[in-house]
Write a protein that binds this ligand. Structure first.
Ligand code: ATP
Length: 317
């Protein structure tokens, strides 16, 4: 059996609208998600004992059963017990590039990579929809991470409709190293402040979710118009995160004043990104904001939109 190395890209939200609350307690969302080439590396190696082992180079990432990569492997062992018995356990090594608890789906994409990698290791031949169904059991962002690219995501985020690639755009991301925002806190706070605006009946929810398909951001993507994409960035969670985290607000304002195509917080934050038409512009904007906020805790990454999700970089015999 082969060992596999995979690349697991981060995502940003170009659009995030909270529509209402579902009967299962999750929020009903309308999002447009975009993969970027900032990626973790996941190495999977067969081991002879019937165990799942996990290693990560970052101490802040849990190296136990709560790691999404571990949970993905556990799910595959439960779903395919005969393969687990036949092939034995798996050692997972995560080399993190994606900042943790940053609104970039770092854990979700690691989980997605483990599903794709084990499918190959155990020669299961799962289709993409089958992998996405398994992914939905792990978390709302995991199905998108499998195929990646540019997509509309509705429901909890697991109902996906692919959009044309937008891979000519660059971005600069900024995040304070020591600042984390809990996704659960962001949604709970939004609910307590804006719950009265939620759409209540399921027919109206569905028609509102459907409207994103003909909305202005989708039109900008179909037009391949980076400036329009930048102008139409939207994220409801900014309404609760920006007032509570002044550093994030300050960073967003600094990006806004640079002449980037647009700027927005990704997901539940605290990462803020600025869209750029070239790598050169992204580097200049990074320097400009670095000069304006010379805090050593503030980290930057220049990245590019990418049109795929999990990528296999090497099967090793
Ligand atoms: P999302 O955008 O999907 O809400 P996020 O990017 O904000 O997620 P993650 O990087 O996935 O956040 O981290 C959230 C928490 O998940 C971390 O604080 C960490 O304890 C836990 N976690 C579990 N597995 C992983 C993993 N493989 N990588 C990073 N964090 C993980």
């Amino acid at each position: 059996m082969h060992a596999y190395s995979l690349l697991a890209p981060a995502k940003i939200n170009l659009y995030l609208e909270i529509l209402g609350l579902r009967a299962d307690g999750y929020h009903e969302l309308a999002m447009i998600l975009q993969s970027i080439d900032l990626a973790d590396q996941i190495d999977l190696r067969p081991i002879s004992t019937q165990t799942i082992q996990i290693h990560c180079d970052r101490p802040e990432v849990p190296q136990d059963k709560t790691n999404l990569a571990y949970r993905a492997a556990e799910l595959m062992c439960e779903q395919f017990p005969e393969r687990f018995a036949q092939f034995g356990g798996i050692e997972i090594t995560i080399t993190k590039q994606i900042p943790v608890a940053a609104g970039l789906a770092g854990g979700s994409t690691d989980g997605a990579a483990v599903l794709v990698g084990i499918d190959m290791m155990w020669q299961l031949g799962l289709t993409q929809p089958e992998l996405q169904d398994l992914a939905a059991k792990l978390g709302s962002d995991v199905p998108f991470c499998i195929a990646g690219g540019t997509a509309i995501a509705t429901g909890r985020g697991e109902k996906l409709d692919p959009l044309p690639n937008l891979d000519s755009l660059y971005l600069v991301l900024g995040k304070y190293r020591s600042l984390e925002v809990s996704t659960a806190w962001a949604y709970q706070t939004y609910r307590s402040q804006f719950g009265h605006t939620y759409i209540q009946d399921s027919v109206s929810l569905e028609s509102r979710a459907h409207r994103v398909h003909s909305g202005s951001m989708v039109q900008a993507i179909l037009n391949q118009n980076g400036l329009q994409v930048g102008q139409r960035l939207y994220n409801d969670l900014e309404k609760v995160v920006l007032p509570s985290y002044p550093q994030v607000l300050e960073l967003r304002e600094a990006f806004y004043n640079t002449g980037a195509l647009g700027t927005m917080m990704s997901g539940s934050g605290p990462t803020v990104f600025a869209l750029c038409e070239s790598e050169k512009q992204a580097q200049e904007i990074q320097q400009q904001v670095r000069n304006e906020i010379p805090d050593p805790d503030l980290e930057f990454w220049v990245s590019r939109f990418c049109n795929q999700g999990i990528q296999v970089i090497s099967p090793v015999s």
